[in-house]
Write a protein that binds this ligand. Structure first.
Ligand code: IP8
Length: 263
């Protein structure tokens, strides 16, 4: 039996550029795969990103850089509002799982995590000890931070690192991407971009980080996170989330189309 830690990219489950637009078809396809994996006897843990339920307001009020005296009141309002929006997106994911007869339990980071980056503080044991047959879910969120910052953005990629490294028994760690088949030799918009099937730390990539919509680190943070996880977990992959059946193929055959991250 495998234990698969999956991250649904925010750009996969929402339209990133349009405020709070959820992609229910993409989410439903993912739920079907989770149901199939459970049917095969595997355990699944899910982390999801924020997409347009988090990044746009966070960008507008500069939440990632913490409290700023001149706009603190608006920032506090934005923090509450982003947290509510994230709960709403999370409910979409959970409802879809439930429509596929999968029971899940959510762990919103604003309730249990503090500070940002992969060394954030927070107790992962409730996620680890979630009842058998129940899929634990957590997600990128606005978390409280020590002064002077007061608040900041904890990315789902940082949660992947900590869960991947600290919860024992995880065999596969999969980043499901919204706009690409894996890591490409050039940005996805470039027609000459080719899929890189295996990526090793320090191998150069020419990625792009769309700072107009993304307040966390884009593909570079994902690579760094995946590379850290691959020190512990053997099967770390970037896979096209629009074709989640590739996850089943990976589990059944040991390989699929995507990028494997190795040490
Ligand atoms: O999409 C970011 O999480 P990510 C969370 O996993 C917010 O990087 C609230 C912008």
């Amino acid at each position: 039996m495998a234990h698969i830690l999956m991250k649904y990219g925010g750009g996969l489950i929402t339209t990133k550029s349009q405020m709070k637009t959820v992609d229910r078809d993409a989410i439903s396809k993912l739920s079907r795969i989770v149901s199939e994996l459970s049917g095969l006897g595997h355990k699944v843990t899910i982390v999801h990103g924020a997409g347009s339920f988090g990044h746009l307001k966070a960008k507008q009020w500069n939440i990632a850089n913490g409290a700023q005296e001149d706009i603190i009141e608006q920032q506090k309002e934005a923090v509450n509002s982003i947290r509510e929006d994230m709960l709403q997106l999370n409910t979409e994911v959970c409802n879809s799982l439930s429509n596929h007869d999968i029971e899940s339990k959510s762990f919103p980071p604003s309730d249990w995590a503090r500070d940002t980056g992969a060394d954030f503080s927070g107790d992962l044991s409730p996620i680890e000890n979630c009842s058998e047959g129940v899929v634990p879910i957590t997600f990128g969120d606005v978390v409280d931070c020590s002064p002077p910052k007061l608040f900041g953005i904890l990315s789902g990629d940082d949660l992947m690192v900590r869960i991947g490294k600290e919860i024992p028994g995880i065999t596969h760690c999969i980043f499901l991407l919204g706009d690409t088949e894996g890591l490409l030799s050039a940005p996805p918009s470039d027609p000459n971009a080719a899929l890189i099937p295996v990526w090793k730390k320090d191998q150069e990539v020419s990625g792009e980080h769309d700072t107009s919509q993304d307040v966390t680190g884009g593909i570079f943070l994902k690579l760094e996170s995946a590379s850290m996880i691959s020190t512990i977990i053997p099967n770390v992959w970037f896979i096209d989330g629009r074709k989640p059946e590739r996850v089943i193929e990976l589990l059944k055959t040991g390989t699929t189309r995507g990028t494997q991250i190795v040490q």
